[in-house]
Design a protein around this ligand. Structure first.
Ligand code: 5GP
Ligand code: MN
Length: 338
């Protein structure tokens, strides 16, 4: 059974905003992951299927290769490569649907264009503490993916029949990637009822797994080996592991966006390690991913040390200090958490 989690009042309000309009922009967070792209494209397919012709997905920057098999992914506009076209669409859109982020700042360079757009706004999200910028905010942190929220919203609007096979593929991809192939945040039995409904739409879940997980480059595989063999530092007394990568190391392995996706999880397979951190030197900052298992709060560390946040077991943040300073700050703070 799939129960009604989303408040009926919110469903009605969202429906009232979506039904009458044609020009809709769907936006998601910077460095979009499988759930960001899956939920956004799922919504795009659904809206197109209901006859809306002027719907676009706009993302702040490029998304990884392992998502580019997704139907209609070729229509996605990356804001940093197509700023003029994206600004033009955002400024005339009747409605902007933001998915899979809780604060406008997660849109980075795109945030002002979205904030200042005259369009009505709907936010669909599953992160804690949503910022209050939208006309309708549908935020359920207990739901493991934004894609699942898209599925639930469509069904509750009475539009299940407008979920095509392509739409179902996108929704499934987001549900799968945001739960690590259903290995965390995935004990809610209703997830599997939803998967069952998506399978009835004709999706090939095994092929989706292969498309996402088995389509990487040789460079990426060797980079993974390098990270584990040469770069991983384990702090047994703190049940913690750290991998910190410099820009020149990324260059050496021909790093492409998304290539390090999932690396942060790997040290958690060491017995006794319950906290894992991955730092990557970007052009103007250090991007930090944090993962934990059990009740260790990765989001608390992200917020306190790296101006970030996220979920209990999966969080992120950034640092504008050097990589060495960032590592030092992290190592100095570790004893406080254990
Ligand atoms: P990832 O490590 O995959 O980039 O991010 C994992 C989760 O951490 C995201 O789903 C998001 O909730 C959160 N997150 C990542 N980066 C940031 C950030 O810079 N700021 C905040 N507040 N949360 C972040
Ligand atoms: Mn998500």
């Amino acid at each position: 059974m799939i129960t009604n989690i989303i408040d009926q009042d919110l469903i009605s309000q969202a429906k009232r905003l979506i039904e009458p309009v044609q020009k809709i922009a769907i936006v998601t967070h910077t460095s979009p992951d499988g759930d960001a792209i899956g939920s956004s494209l799922g919504m795009l397919h659904f809206l197109r299927d209901t006859g809306k012709q002027h719907v676009r997905v706009i993302v702040p920057n490029r998304f990884p290769h392992f998502l580019d098999w997704m139907p209609l992914s070729e229509t996605i506009l990356a804001y940093d490569d197509n700023t003029g076209e994206a600004d033009a669409f955002l400024s005339v859109a009747d409605l902007i649907i933001g998915i899979d982020f809780n604060q406008l700042s997660r849109l980075e360079k795109m945030q002002d264009a979205v904030k200042n757009a005259p369009a009505k706004k709907i936010l669909l999200d599953h992160h804690l503490y949503p910022e209050n910028f939208a006309d309708v905010t549908i935020s359920y942190p207990q739901i493991s993916s934004a894609s699942e929220i898209v599925f639930r919203l469509i069904c509750r609007m009475g539009m299940f029949k407008h979920i095509s096979k392509q739409c179902a593929e996108c929704i499934y991809t987001g549900m799968m990637t945001d739960t690590g192939n259903f290995s965390y945040n995935s004990n809610d039995s209703e997830i599997y009822n939803i998967i069952s409904e998506l399978l009835k739409k004709g999706i090939d879940k095994d092929a989706i797994y292969r498309n996402v997980n088995n389509t990487h480059s040789e460079d990426r595989m060797r980079f993974m080996g390098y990270c584990l063999y040469r770069k991983m530092k384990v702090y047994p007394e703190y049940h913690t592991a750290l991998i910190a990568i410099r820009g020149k190391e990324l260059f050496r392995f021909n790093y492409q966006p998304g290539d390090a996706e999932g690396f942060v999880n790997m040290p958690l397979s060491i017995e006794g390690v319950c906290f894992s951190v991955f730092m990557r030197e970007d052009k103007d900052k250090i991007k930090i991913s944090l993962r934990s298992q059990g009740d260790f709060p990765a989001n608390k560390v992200a917020a306190e040390l790296f101006n970030g946040g996220g979920h209990l077991n999966a969080a992120g943040g950034e640092s504008y200090a050097t990589l060495d300073e960032t590592i030092e700050k992290f190592e100095n703070a570790l004893p406080k958490y254990f």
